[in-house]
Design a binder for this molecule. Structure first.
Ligand SMILES: [Zn+2]
Length: 311
């Protein structure tokens, strides 16, 4: 039943500002009148979204909703992306906004599978803490559901150290404008700047009195992320390459397979990702940059950061 990704399908996604690289990253495959895609490496069930956003149903689980489903995290790298962005996570209104953010160079984004859920699930706060999130960014739909969603999220985070920043999308109320539309209007290269320039509010929950405070123009994208990328490449990747002698990147950013250093590997089952700067092993899973830095005993991120930040 699934269909090949033909130029016709690529064109349909290009109309939404999504490139072939993004289609490949999220594993979007045409199926019927929509797209099928994985949600997490540990979850076999797939998600399906109708191409026409007015269609009913708009979303489906194939074959059905798994019990263990949490945040949308198609490659399992969400924690690394959050760390790389200095503790910032974008909680988008749906999977399509996560695709748009990725296209715009913002990989530290996820969504709930209920979209702008009415009820915040019990695992929500513990999972955010496990992801080391410090600041949650949201750009809700411009309707009462969107606004209520932000308030519900802020309420659930009231007793944590996690801040909630809400960005007001530049579309008229009830217009259905979302991050995807901003991507199409501004272009991928300008999406970060466009988001940065939106009016931003800090949403603080106090019992019986929700407070929404406008912030001065923020600088959401500090050079923290660049610094982390520099450490990942120059310190960790360089040491890993010297130690394990893997090949350069292929078209998707992976080395040729080599013997996994994290388990007793008889056949080469690990690949180096030049994009996330970590080891993907078919047998034992993903090993992130920090874990590798520890294994190779190179300069740790905290120390690298402290040295660079010193005057
Ligand atoms: Zn392994």
């Amino acid at each position: 039943m699934s269909t090949a990704i033909t130029p016709f399908w690529i064109e349909r996604l290009a109309a939404r500002g999504l490139s072939e690289g993004t289609i490949a990253h999220f594993g979007l495959t045409p199926r019927g009148e929509g797209w099928q895609y994985p949600v997490h490496p540990a979850i076999e069930a797939m998600r399906w979204k109708a191409f026409d956003s007015r269609a009913t149903p708009k979303y489906l689980w194939l074959p059905n909703k798994p019990d263990a489903v949490r945040f949308y995290d198609c490659d399992g790298w969400l924690h690394d992306s959050v760390t790389g962005a200095g503790g910032v996570l974008w909680l988008a209104s749906g999977e399509a906004d996560v695709w748009a953010l990725w296209e715009g160079g913002i990989p530290n984004a996820t969504s709930l599978f209920d979209g702008e859920a009415r009820k915040i699930p019990a695992w929500f706060v513990p999972r955010l803490e496990a992801l080391d999130v410090q600041t949650l960014h949201m750009a809700p739909d411009r309707d009462p559901t969107g606004r209520q969603f932000v308030l519900n999220v802020a309420r659930s985070l009231a007793n944590t150290g996690i801040r909630v920043l809400m960005h007001r999308l530049p579309f008229p109320p009830r217009s259905k404008g979302d991050i995807g539309r901003l991507l199409v209007e501004m272009g991928a290269a300008n999406l970060q700047t466009a988001l940065n320039e939106l009016r931003t509010y800090e949403v603080v929950f106090e019992p019986f009195r929700e407070r929404v405070r406008q912030l001065p123009l923020p600088n959401l994208f500090s050079n923290h992320r660049e610094l982390y990328e520099q450490w990942s490449v120059e310190v960790v990747e360089a040491a890993a390459q010297m130690t394990w002698d893997f090949s350069g990147p292929d078209r998707k950013g992976f080395s040729k397979n080599f013997r996994c250093p994290f388990h007793d590997d008889r056949h080469p089952s690990a690949g180096w990702s030049y994009r996330s700067h970590g080891v993907h092993c078919f047998a034992c899973g993903y090993h992130g940059t920090k874990e590798i830095a520890e294994m190779l005993a190179v300069l740790p991120w905290e120390q690298f950061k402290a040295e660079r930040a010193a005057p």
